[in-house]
Design a protein around this ligand. Structure first.
Ligand SMILES: Cc1ncc(COP(=O)(O)O)c(C=O)c1O
Length: 468
């Protein structure tokens, strides 16, 4: 592709993206396609001769776009948000254009140093203790895996990296923990049976005395408690585990404390939410995802550790071909995690934080928290719906309750959710809380306004009528 065609399509594509984001509301939120419908429209073999960009762009619009579920739609209320923003998109364009691979300082000093700076900005913004350092990981799953591996190494005096795991380590998390924890425990070679799921209270937060009891029992049996994973904002109901109580237990038993705040970490930029981090001094590692709720394109997970030496000692590797004359003076982020090659992710964070400023970001998050309270009010006022969990952030867990048995309510709530989503007007997803089918209304899209939240409620009420 010559320079002028590149420029011409570049302008057209940015126009397309601007229009897409401003008109995304006209699409069905969830793609209505059936399995294999996209593949059926695509050739099974690659083109032998190069094709023209006009045709490729046409196919993008005709074949690909209908199979897109529109995460940036203002009526996106599913899972958690993965919101983006104009400054983030623009930065991603520059990142793609530069095409730098940022594995070590030398492969782009700006990428490494900007990453150090934005990570420090984020630390200050969310109120983690001074001195915690970090880097940007692709996902919270990867960051948590890094912590489990660090905990493994610390608990075994860095022996398992040398000889393989020879002792029975144990990892603890609540019954409400994210599935990535089980995956991490398996990948780290500890085995699924070494994950203890600690019961929760009626707000779905980990019971710290149950944690202490489980740790003592494991110790009596000769096992080695290595890591506790606490969650700020569980995936099902956004419950908050008591960090201080858990931290005291970890400190008493010499256990690594990792905090998974993948979604809710962004809310900690609000002064009124800072109390959640009471006990932050106990935290060994912490992750949250600006790619969920902080207007930064996927992927971007901010990962912090108290003791970077444990992290780098766990992951560092020094092949001859990667040695440089400045290694002693700089950070080489290849030693801060699993992957060698790294994207230049700091740029989009820098653009986002500078464009909105901390106050601007706080206002946008407060807006979402306020919308969740409005939706909570709708549920509370209705005689046919009930809240299923406290609304700690911007997710409302609720269900239709017409007085039938839990078993029947599970069936009708699932049907109700499917009917609501089949309208294409909104998209919500579900979870199970205490065995009860629960609909989740997750608010966090950059452009979501009160009218969108009201629209969701109207559709839900309308579809619920036949079950009353
Ligand atoms: C609490 C929690 N932890 C971890 C994850 C995994 O995040 P990622 O997709 O960045 O790995 C999620 C995803 O929603 C989550 O809710």
């Amino acid at each position: 592709m010559d320079k002028e065609r590149f420029r011409q399509f570049g302008y057209r594509f940015i126009d397309w993206v601007v229009d897409y984001l401003s008109e995304v509301e006209k699409f069905p939120v969830r793609s209505p396609l059936k399995p294999n419908q996209v593949k059926e429209l695509l050739p099974g073999a690659p083109p032998v001769k190069g094709e023209n960009m006009e045709d490729i762009f046409d196919d993008f619009k005709k074949i690909i776009l209908p199979g897109i579920t529109h995460w940036q739609h203002p009526c996106w209320f599913a899972y958690f948000p993965a919101n983006n923003s104009p400054p983030s998109v623009l930065a991603e364009l520059l990142t793609a254009g530069i095409g730098a691979q940022c594995m070590i300082w030398q492969t782009s000093p700006s990428a490494t140093e900007l990453e150090e700076v934005v990570i420090e900005w984020l630390r200050q913004m969310i109120g983690l203790p001074e001195g915690m350092q970090g880097c940007i990981q692709d996902t919270a799953s990867t960051a948590t895996l890094c912590s489990i591996i660090c905990a493994r190494e610390r608990a075994t005096g860095f022996e398992s990296n040398q000889k393989g795991l020879k002792v029975p380590l144990v990892v603890y998390a609540s019954t409400e923990t994210h599935s990535s924890i089980e995956k991490g425990v398996k990948i780290a070679g500890l085995g699924k049976e070494s994950l203890r799921l600690i019961p929760t209270d009626d707000k779905y937060a980990m019971l710290s005395d149950e944690l202490d009891r489980a740790i003592q029992e494991d110790k009596r049996e000769g096992k080695i408690p290595a890591c506790v994973i606490a969650t700020i904002g569980t995936t099902s109901s956004t419950a908050v585990d008591p960090i201080k109580e858990i931290g005291e237990i970890c400190s008493r038993h010499g256990i690594w404390l990792h905090v998974d705040a993948a979604y809710a970490g962004t809310a900690l930029i609000l002064p009124e939410m800072k109390h959640i981090l009471d006990g932050a001094g106990y935290i060994d590692s912490f992750v949250f995802n600006p790619h969920k709720w902080m207007f930064t394109n996927f992927d971007c997970s901010a990962y912090f550790v108290k003791d970077p030496k444990t992290l780098t000692r766990t992951f560092e590797i020094h092949p001859e071909y990667l040695k440089t004359g400045v290694d002693a003076k700089v950070k080489n982020f290849r030693d801060w995690g699993i992957q060698l090659g790294r994207r230049f992710r700091a740029l989009k964070l820098w653009f986002v934080i500078r464009t909105y400023g901390v106050e601007g970001l706080q206002n946008m998050i407060r807006e979402h928290l306020g919308l969740a309270q409005i939706f909570k009010g709708y549920v509370e006022e209705s005689p046919y719906f009930e809240l299923m969990a406290p609304v700690n952030f911007s997710v409302v867990c609720f269900r239709l309750n017409n007085g039938s048995s839990d078993e029947y309510l599970n069936i009708i709530n699932e049907k109700l959710l499917n009917e609501v989503n089949d309208t294409g007007e909104v998209f919500l997803t579900h979870t199970s809380l205490g065995g009860r089918y629960t609909i989740r209304m997750a608010i966090g899209q950059r452009t979501t306004q009160e009218r969108h939240v009201r629209k969701a409620w109207d559709i839900i009420q309308n579809k619920a009528r036949r079950y009353l």
